[in-house]
Design a protein. Sequence first.
Length: 154
Amino acid sequence: MNHRLALILCSASLVAWLTSCKTPSGPQTAPENVEVLSRAAIKSSHHRIDFVTHVKPVLEAKCVICHNRKTLPFFSLENRKLAFAVPSRIVPGHPEQSLLIVNGTMNHAQTMPPVGNRLTSDEKRILIAWVKQGAVWPQGAAGDLHPAPDAPVR
C-alpha cells in the first residue's frame, strides 16, 4: 500500500475514532496553555531532540491517554514496536508523511488531544523536529510510555 493511500485510510479511521476519546458532553480540549516540559528542557530542544528528555514527557502527558492498546489499538503509542507498527505512523526524517505529525499537530481539524490540554507550539515543534531528526525511540523501559498521573480518566 502506498503512503498516500495509507494516510487517507488512517485519517478516515482517526476521524471516526475522535468520538471515542471525549467526555459525555463532547470534546474537552483546553486552549493551548500548559507546558509539559520545563523552560530549560524546551531551550535545550533547540539543538538536538532527545526522546527521554523532550518527546516521552509530551507523549505521556498528552497522547498516550488515548493512543494506547485499550482505547486506540490501531494507533497505540505505548512503546516503540506499537508506534512503528504501521509504516506511515512515524516516518523518520519525514514529518509531512507521518500520521503522528500530520493528524496530531499540523492539519488536523480537531487539535490534539481532543480531551485535556492541547499541544503547545513548543511541543508541536519538538515532535516535528524529533521526526525530522530520525525519530529515535529507544526500546525497553526508556521507550515505554505510561499516561501521566494527572491525565484525565476515561
